[in-house]
Design a protein around this ligand. Structure first.
Ligand SMILES: *[C@@H]1O[C@H](CO)[C@@H](O)[C@H](O)[C@H]1NC(C)=O
Length: 156
């Protein structure tokens, strides 16, 4: 009974708040904006990743716009070159193990100490990648991280 009534209650609450003059957009927008400022993403990490990103753009032929869109916007851009770009970045940053799969401990070595908690929380449920090859599995990680923490997730 309660479960059936609750969507209507929610709607009533929403309408009431909007009528009260509250900012309705803050109530109806579900996904929070990604954090992008002088401290985050960490400038030293960006400086480290950007030249490697150039390499991987060349290797995979993905467009910089597709990378940016996945990083900062919704919905996910599900394309093959982007998936292989994600794998390429794992490889050139040396965060893969000897089978070419992501090694979480190595990835965390790249995370500045003050952001370790954020990274750990973002990744805690993203440990069993699915996909038929390394590109698919790299994409699985990124999608999982982005879903888990759309505010702090970024892709360079
Ligand atoms: C990754 O490892 C290779 C081989 O040890 C090394 O040449 C390269 O500089 C490393 N790259 C980074 C980004 O640490």
């Amino acid at each position: 009974m309660l479960a059936q009534a609750s969507p209507l209650l929610l709607l009533l609450l929403l309408v009431t708040q909007c009528l009260d003059g509250a900012d309705c957009s803050t109530i109806t927008t579900q996904r929070p904006a990604p954090r992008r400022d002088g401290q985050y993403p960490p400038p030293e990490t960006l400086a480290f990743l950007r030249p490697l990103g150039k390499l991987c753009l060349q290797e995979t032929g993905v467009s910089p716009e597709a990378v940016k869109r996945f990083s900062d916007a919704d919905p996910f851009d599900d394309n093959r070159a982007l998936k292989c770009y994600m794998d390429c970045m794992f490889r050139v940053t040396n965060v893969t193990d000897d089978r070419g799969e992501l090694h979480m401990g190595k990835l965390l070595e790249h995370v500045p100490t003050e952001f370790e908690d954020i990274a750990l929380r973002m990744g805690v449920r993203c440990t069993r990648p699915k996909g038929k090859d390394v590109c698919e599995r790299a994409f699985w990680f990124h999608k999982c991280w982005k879903t888990s923490d759309p505010v702090h997730y970024y892709l360079v």
